[in-house]
Design a protein. Structure first.
Lengths: 246, 246
DNA sequence: CGTTGCGTTGAGAGGCTTCAACCTAGGTGG
DNA sequence: CCACCTAGGTTGAAGCCTCTCAACGCAACG
């Protein structure tokens, strides 16, 4: 991983989609994004049952929240992309009810509850944007529930890829219609509630239909309109550009 | 519905599971629980796309959050029981990304953003408990995602019934191991991602195994231990009694 | 006493899982 | 420099879980 200090803080990029920030607001956000840590791929950042260490902030790389069943089956319940955070109020809990693991190597920061409280008090615009961001996380969870509960296997995968395209675009990690996807088929299966074998067949079908190219850890969406139509993708739940419309 | 003013406010009962409240705190919570409205069964309280009217507070009855697909399929993504609330920060949104409908007749209150902000500032213990409550709502969504994504049909229904038993117990709506369940099989299907026909077969199987009795709008859990074992029910995600353990 | 909403049951079809084998690329060690 | 090794991807076949379509039961209600 290349620490890219020249690149803008993805959290700032994300929060600015929820409302205008002043220079002071941006500086404050940058201030809580440190110190940073690097964590290698396939590593747990948070373990279910433990006391939370602070609020996680993703700066680079991809991670995921998950829960385990007694059988050993894993359900991935959220993806954490650059700019994404853990819960603002997680400090209220004594025991985490889920775990967080990394897909790829990640650059992260752990924000202390006091620092979070401080920035929310001193910077109301940041506070609003952070709360919006939490609302969107919850809305995304609802959309995932609809995805797994209601859509066919090919629709599920198409929806996931459509959502990631938009979320990664917000933080400037999409080139053309292409982005890095450091996720194995097994993990896509644990995300969508499908077996690895069937994930493979669905991916083959998406390729056959000329909708995607997935190779070398990169996903290229070859026909965005058709992919989104297949997924019945309506991005309203991400609440992007909401304040402009107000 | 019998307006039962003698009965304790379910929101107070719920919040007290998250931390001790003073008399002043309780009075403040009671204060925002008014004015109340009665809404009949099978009615929408919130429509996707509309501007939120305030934060919904459930006082009596059962409701549900849901999203619709273009095909007309409905996914129910949460149950709202007495004491449950909508999002604290929902006022930040210009458009709801989901709808809310009632299962039964409901007694509700709409809390204005200013009232919510006021109580959070004046009553820190209430503020913490409200935030905890939101964390639990999100954790419940994750558990539902695991439920639909990872468990078999009979396990899903068993898990739902186990969760409802505990949540309704908190607000004093369980007698023995029995509670009112004003929900049709079709709606159970839309909750668990199953067809109505299959819900029926699963219910028959749960009855055959002597785990439940469901009739006349009431569910009796005949063997709680076995039902929870079947569901692999671990209530940690509801974070009940967390502060006592601290 | 017919209508209506919901629950129940049967039969056939199909989507997805499981088990298993095989392939391929990249890394390692001789 | 090449052979081996390993992780992940690909493909085939059989079976089951769940869906769909359809009919029927039943209690509440006007």
């Amino acid at each position: 991983m290349t620490p890219s200090s020249t690149q803008q803080n993805p959290l700032i990029a994300k929060l600015e989609r929820f409302g205008p920030l002043s220079d002071g607001d941006r500086a404050a956000v940058q201030g809580i994004s440190t110190p940073v840590e690097y964590v290698s791929a396939q590593t747990d950042l948070v373990h279910e049952g433990e006391k939370p260490r602070g609020t996680l902030l993703m700066l680079e790389g991809m991670a995921y929240r998950y829960k385990m069943r007694a059988s050993g089956a894993r359900q991935i319940v959220a993806y954490l992309l650059p700019g994404d955070m853990g819960d603002l109020d997680v400090g209220l809990l004594n025991h985490m009810d889920h775990s967080v693991g990394t897909f790829s190597e990640c650059k992260v920061a752990w924000i202390k509850p006091e620092a979070l409280a401080g920035i929310q008090q001193a910077h109301p615009a940041v506070a609003s944007a952070l709360r919006m961001s939490t609302l969107v996380d919850e809305a995304t969870l609802r959309e995932w529930l609809l995805n797994v509960g209601g859509r066919s296997s090919i629709e599920r995968v198409a929806h996931l890829f459509s959502e990631l395209l938009l979320r990664l675009q917000v933080v400037g990690l999409v080139t053309g219609d292409s982005y890095k996807l450091p996720i194995r088929q097994e993990e896509l299966g644990d995300t969508t509630g499908m077996s690895t074998v069937h994930v493979n067949r669905v991916l083959m079908e998406l390729r056959r239909r000329g909708l995607i190219d997935l190779s070398g850890g990169s996903l290229t969406i070859l026909n965005r309109r058709d992919l989104e139509a297949l997924a019945e993708f309506k991005p309203n739940y991400l609440h992007l550009g909401e304040w402009r419309a107000a």
